[in-house]
Write a protein that binds this ligand. Structure first.
Ligand code: AMP
Ligand code: ZN
Length: 119
């Protein structure tokens, strides 16, 4: 979609601070970070929400989640030794949740303690 910000980043038309990329996945640092690590993980293909992606291509949704974990490993948030600090995955759907970009994305957040419930 030519009018989609994230599709344009995938196409290289808008710069992105890329931290992870595969044939079908793209991950880049959020321009307005809410934590020391704040990376957005997206499928290169355009789907508006997580639910739409789950319906259209559940395998690709799994790849997005696996890529988010790969980013967390790369950022030192997950180590696999039981001593990892951990991380949070967030996906916003719709206006009350604060979705501003209608290309599904997982926020990978970490590097500071995070409260629960979120505000
Ligand atoms: P959401 O509000 O869940 O739709 O998340 C959209 C995210 O995209 C926000 O956290 C923005 O800070 C981020 N964002 C917007 N424009 C850019 C950009 N050019 N590069 C990186 N992140 C961006
Ligand atoms: Zn898009």
């Amino acid at each position: 979609m030519t009018d989609c910000l994230f599709c344009r980043m995938v196409a290289g038309e808008i710069p992105a601070d890329v931290v992870h990329e595969t044939e079908r996945i793209f991950a880049f640092r959020d321009i307005n970070p809410q934590a020391p690590t704040h990376v957005l993980v997206i499928p290169k293909e355009h789907h508006p929400t997580a639910a739409a992606l789950a319906a259209a291509d559940p395998t690709l949704l799994g790849e997005v989640v696996a890529a988010a974990h790969a980013v967390a490993l790369q950022e030192g948030l997950a180590t696999g030794d039981g001593a990892e600090p951990g991380y949070r995955l967030v996906t916003n759907t719709g206006p009350q949740a604060g979705q501003t970009v209608h290309h599904v994305h997982l926020h990978v957040l970490g590097g500071r303690p995070m409260g629960w419930p979120p505000g």
